[in-house]
Design a protein. Sequence first.
Length: 144
Amino acid sequence: MSDTHMAGRPYRTPHGRSRAHRPVSIDTLPTAEDLASSPHKGDDADRYSLYTPQQIENETKDVKLCITFGDGPTDPAAVIKIRDQAEMIIAGMRAIIEKTRQHDIGSIRQRIEARAEAASIGRALSRFNGRTPHGEWKPKSRRP
């Protein structure tokens, strides 16, 4: 590059650097960018958490996992459906176990991310069983 390239902006900061010092809103959940830029690891991540106590409480509520065991005794596909549901739960639980092994992000963030994964499993199971997940709704059918 030539020296004239930066002539118009002699004090330009490298890309992304000026964004690191922007104000953080405590009214909303921290963004993935905010969480990634946190310099604290382990116990310090919990001590200097980006979440408020109310946000922690809201983001770590219980999750309901609903398994359906078939429509009737004569349904041969019921056994396959049970196995598919169990495999979904096992895969999700493995992801949760991996989240809990990430000690450098702090226990608060581990709990929040593990709960989010469990909620995702719950929504997938609900859809798999032909139900509407909690907090979502189907649009009402319009009659002519």
